[in-house]
Design a protein around this ligand. Structure first.
Ligand code: PHE
Length: 357
């Protein structure tokens, strides 16, 4: 090979080289500048397709010396790889941008500007509930809870109300449809009609975990009755139950506890009285009333000495333990305290009513 010839070859191969890296540089620059995915697709075919400059160069390589062809081939593969990598990177950046754009376009502004900020507060029934808990906690009671869906056993039977006991009609009961539940026969599940089933749960739990008796507890909670809402009834309302089990508890303790509670909650000039009544789960039983400023009395709730059968249902020996229980409506108490005429006002969510408390 003459020196001339060699110079010529080197020149050729350098020219091709420059071309290859020029194509690579141009491709990478334009890919980096691409602003959307379709532009990127167009660039991919421009630089990598059969008709691309790289492919054409490759086709012209057949005229080169084997050594040179090898060198140039390696260069071309490298360039191709670089273009592909650049394409992939840009694609993922653009795809992320598309998703981001879509997310911000579809996002909902859920902040509401009210012009002025008004701080809300707990509903008057919730506040009454909390105040009652506070009063009883201050007297050394703890707070118990129970489920709103109860079994017939807890809601009635364990409370000395066997099936078909006539006093069951004291509560207009809502029964759950259990036809889909395996092993639960009809009429076995109820929406609890009072918080008294928590008496049983509290005793059983105390016996089981060895924490009592003595038991001094209150249970506030939601209860249900098949009633039509009117000024003095709600089908869903709230009660608070009290249960004390200890040695030597008497009716005097019950009367004193009610009187203390009434003075704490309504004020020291208020007083209470018990009137004989009947509940299957207490014996003797009473209703308790509070005095009104005009010298009258308002009925608040029921109470009495825990019936021996109820102590037994709770796993306790009535010869060793005695106790009292009481229960009353939280909504009704708030109604009395704030002079509300119609219980339904608690449920209608009229802000003008709620703001007053
Ligand atoms: N559970 C009774 C009711 O709902 C109230 C009550 C509770 C009476 C505890 C006596 C003892 O009417």
């Amino acid at each position: 090979m003459s020196a001339d010839q060699e110079r010529q070859d080197t020149k050729n191969s350098t020219a091709v080289d420059i071309d290859v890296s020029g194509i690579g540089d141009e491709a990478c620059r334009r890919i980096a500048e691409a602003t959307d995915l379709s532009e990127l697709d167009a660039l991919a075919s421009e630089f990598l397709d059969k008709s691309s400059r790289l492919s054409q160069l490759k086709a012209s390589m057949k005229d080169l010396e084997p050594e040179e062809r090898k060198l140039l081939g390696a260069r071309m593969n490298q360039t191709r790889g670089a273009i592909e990598a650049e394409l992939a990177q840009r694609r993922s950046t653009l795809e992320t941008e598309v998703i981001q754009a879509r997310l911000s376009a579809e996002s909902l502004d859920l902040t509401e500007y009210l012009g002025q900020t008004t701080a809300g507060h707990a509903h008057v029934v919730t506040r009454t509930w909390q105040e009652l808990e506070d009063v009883f906690c201050g007297m050394g009671y703890n707070v118990e809870t129970g489920p709103e869906v109860e079994t017939d056993w807890f809601n009635f039977e364990a409370l000395n109300l066997p099936p078909s006991h006539p006093a069951r009609s004291m509560w207009d009961t809502l029964y759950l449809d259990t036809s889909d539940l395996d092993g639960v026969s009809d009429g076995q599940l109820v929406l609890r009609t009072h918080t008294s089933p928590v008496q049983i749960r509290t005793m059983l739990r105390a016996v089981r975990d060895g924490s009592g008796p003595p038991i001094y507890s209150v249970c506030p909670g939601r209860v249900y009755r098949r009633d039509t809402a009117d000024a003095t009834h709600l089908p869903v309302f709230h009660q608070i139950e009290g249960l004390v089990v200890d040695r030597g508890i008497t009716m005097g303790d019950l009367a004193g506890t009610i009187e203390t509670f009434v003075k704490q909650y309504f004020g020291s000039d208020m007083t209470s009285r018990l009137r004989p009544s009947y509940f299957p789960f207490t014996e003797p039983s009473a209703e308790f009333d509070i005095s009104t400023p005009d010298g009258g009395w308002l009925e608040v709730g029921g109470c009495g000495m825990v019936h021996p059968n109820v102590l037994r249902s709770g796993g306790l020996d009535p010869n060793e333990w005695s106790g009292f229980a009481f229960g009353f409506g939280i909504d009704r108490l708030a109604k009395i305290r704030y002079g509300i005429k119609d219980l339904r006002a608690f449920m209608t969510n009229d802000i003008r009513f709620l703001e007053q408390f």
